[in-house]
Design a protein around this ligand. Structure first.
Ligand code: AMP
Length: 305
């Protein structure tokens, strides 16, 4: 089954203490749709400017990403630039140029409206709701958000939450949203505000998953070499949504969500091994499965007799 992905498509300039790369493919929807494409066909919705390389459309096609929902508008593509500190964890946004993204209003092609799995990657919550308004009968809706929307458009975000099955956000965003220092309390409180499930990402420390009476905690895949953490969260969300769309049948249950979370973490771990989406461009499903198995072995333990 396909998954519909909507979000930003950008040209990013990223600097780490050792490298800098300019105008690379970025944006929440670009990372998320590539992550999802390893498990299911993707329908991508977004906007690019007339400077956006045609070669990326060919790349999407090769990865069974249907980009017929990507509008090409007059003007420049959304640009974002960020710089990482030595720990490759702390990041400062250096510049944002919305360009064609400023007037973006996602319009779904007719054949995208029946899609049952939806990933609302990080964009303004009013636009995320606008996408859901156009869908016929979404079966499972995953949404991502960021500190900016919690701070500036809280009402829109609160209105979206009851329409979401799985909300994904990071630890600092969960604390910001609830005013709770405990992530357990924060996760539970957010779930009560609408979403059936909540996933709280803790960067290199893994993730937590909250259901009505269920709870799951997993680590992150330990990596020795990180080159560019940009888009890890979006890739994670893409992996989760793609896995659910492509690999589950019937109603999504907690067991499947647990597995989806691990696949999301595996994909995110590959993504940060190189700049932009470079590692994922050559990634194979065998490599994903091998790392998944390794992850399982590393996390497995038994109670001592
Ligand atoms: P992450 O590392 O998961 O925070 O995602 C980074 C990606 O988000 C970059 O590729 C940016 O192009 C994109 N991005 C940055 N700011 C925004 C924004 N306000 N709305 C949507 N996407 C954004």
């Amino acid at each position: 089954m396909s998954v519909l992905v909507v979000g930003s498509i950008a040209l990013d300039t990223v600097k780490t203490p050792v490298e800098e790369h300019a105008d690379q493919l970025g944006g929440s929807a670009s990372y998320a749709s590539l992550g999802a494409s390893f498990f299911s066909p993707v329908q991508l919705v977004g906007v690019v400017g007339d400077d956006f390389p045609e070669s990326e459309f060919d790349f999407w096609k090769q990865h069974r990403i249907d980009a017929s929902g990507v509008q090409r508008a007059k003007g420049k593509t959304f640009r974002w630039s960020g710089e990482y500190a030595w720990d490759l964890n702390t990041r400062e946004t250096k510049s944002v140029a919305l360009n064609v993204f400023e007037n973006f209003s996602p319009t779904l092609p007719e054949n995208f409206r029946e899609t049952e799995f939806v990933l609302l990657a990080n964009i303004a919550p009013s636009l995320q709701s606008h996408v859901l308004d156009q869908m016929k009968r979404p079966r499972f809706v995953v949404a991502d958000t960021m500190d900016l929307w919690i701070e500036t458009t809280r009402k829109d975000l609160d209105a979206l939450l009851p329409r979401v099955d799985l909300l994904i956000l990071n630890d600092s965003e969960a604390r910001q949203m609830t005013g709770e220092t405990s992530l357990i309390r924060a996760g539970r409180k957010i779930r009560k505000a609408g979403p059936k499930y909540v996933a709280v990402k803790k960067g290199e420390h893994g993730a937590l998953l909250f259901g009505e009476d269920e709870f799951f905690s997993c680590g992150a895949y330990p990596l020795e070499d990180i080159h560019d953490p940009t888009g890890a969260g979006d890739t994670f969300a893409g992996g989760v949504a793609g896995y659910l769309a492509g690999k589950t049948r019937g109603e999504v249950n907690f067991q499947q969500l647990r597995r989806a979370l691990i696949y999301g973490s595996v994909l995110a771990s590959f993504n940060v091994e190189a700049f932009s989406m470079d590692r994922m461009r050559s990634l194979t499903t065998d490599e994903i499965d091998q790392r998944y198995d390794m992850f399982r072995m590393m996390s497995h333990f038994e109670v001592l007799e």
